[in-house]
Design a protein around this ligand. Structure first.
Ligand code: SF4
Length: 348
């Protein structure tokens, strides 16, 4: 198994340096070259002695992440990229542009095993977890695309393909590098991890005090409804999930975001709005993102009527819940997760 040198945090590279008979600080130098300077070539690591560079060049590999399709939205400046990985698998990442901020929506797995009925990634099943290097390289490649227009990423959301808490070790190691000033240098306020509700790993996340933002996809107002569209709810029932969320030791000025994809005729009634209000009672620091469903190719589900979405929102506001309607950005470029990859595979 080759050693992927860009798939490790600082501690991992220090350990590697020592195991190769080098001093620890060489690991630190390599780390900065890769994760701070974006170096993808051992020869370019000019403060390493030639003998070390020669040895490393023979021994290590860099993560492969080749863009095979880039779609740019004519509507809102969003960019969706389909990447080919070394083993021939494909993942997708998106730059979401709201005019002022650039947000990277990145993947954590090839496919996903959570089976959400409204998600095109679910149909692929889980192929494998992404490595730390593959998670980080999406950010690097997207920044590279933005650099062409003198721009760069402001935020990162783990909302692409896969359930990040189903690949928690690699995701956490990647987040360590993203947050590190000698790595990517993102503020903890700018990184959001979105989960479909893998309750035990939400607790783990808070136990190890990863200071990123948490978003939880609820998408239903009752257990029965949720189980019918999100099989994860059979293992982690809605009431248990809410209990976990209500007991999380939230840091000052942090809140939990509840995501709720509005599906026409499924979960967008006023009864649903009322159930949701009741569900969120006792969750003090909460805001709700209502997401208008972005129809995929099969059109099994539809976006809600705008007037129904606004009524839903108003009901939450009347009950003093902070709520925003998030329009799906990039709807002209297969904006929902898994759609570009699904379409690419059909065309192969
Ligand atoms: S919505 Fe997220 S968790 Fe659910 S199947 Fe799709 S990728 Fe997986």
């Amino acid at each position: 198994m080759p050693f992927y040198i860009d798939s490790h945090c600082l501690d991992g590279l220090k350990e590697f340096a020592v195991s190769e008979g080098m001093e620890k600080f060489r690991g630190e130098q390599i780390y900065k070259w890769i994760h701070h300077s974006g170096c993808e070539d051992i020869a370019g690591m000019t403060n390493l002695p030639n003998s070390v560079r020669e040895k490393l060049a023979e021994k290590v590999k860099f993560t492969v992440m080749d863009p095979v399709k880039v779609q740019r939205s004519a509507q809102d400046g969003s960019v969706k990229v389909l990447f080919r990985l070394e083993d021939g698998e494909h993942i997708e990442s998106v730059i979401l542009s709201d005019g002022t901020r650039m947000t990277a929506c990145i993947s954590s797995q090839v496919g996903c095993r959570m089976g959400c009925a409204f998600c095109s990634t679910a149909a692929m099943g889980l192929k494998r977890n992404l490595t730390v290097g593959e998670i980080l390289k999406q950010v690097k490649r997207l920044n590279g695309i933005l650099a062409e227009s003198d721009d760069r990423l402001n935020n990162i959301v783990f909302m692409g393909m896969g359930e990040p808490l189903d690949n928690i070790d690699n995701v956490l190691e990647a987040i360590t590098v993203l947050l590190d000033d000698n790595g990517y240098g993102f503020s903890h306020k700018k990184i959001t991890l979105s989960t479909c509700g893998v309750a035990e790993n939400i607790e783990k996340l808070f136990k190890i005090k990863t200071p990123v933002n948490l978003a939880v996809s609820i998408n239903a107002s009752t257990q029965e409804q949720r189980k019918s569209i999100m099989p994860v709810s059979a293992k982690y029932p809605l009431s248990d999930l809410m209990k976990v969320l209500k007991n999380l030791p939230l840091q000052k000025r942090k809140s939990i975001t509840i995501e709720y994809v509005l599906l026409k005729g499924i979960n967008d009634s006023m009864k649903d709005a009322d159930n949701l209000v009741k569900l969120l009672k006792g969750l003090d620091k909460v805001k709700v993102n209502l997401i208008l469903y972005n129809s995929g190719a099969d059109e099994k589900y539809q976006a809600p009527e705008e007037k129904d979405a606004l009524k839903f929102q108003q009901y939450l506001i009347n009950n003093r819940i902070g709520v925003f309607i998030r329009k799906s950005l990039g709807s002209d470029i297969d904006g929902a997760c898994g759609q570009l990859r699904a379409r690419h595979e059909k065309n192969l």
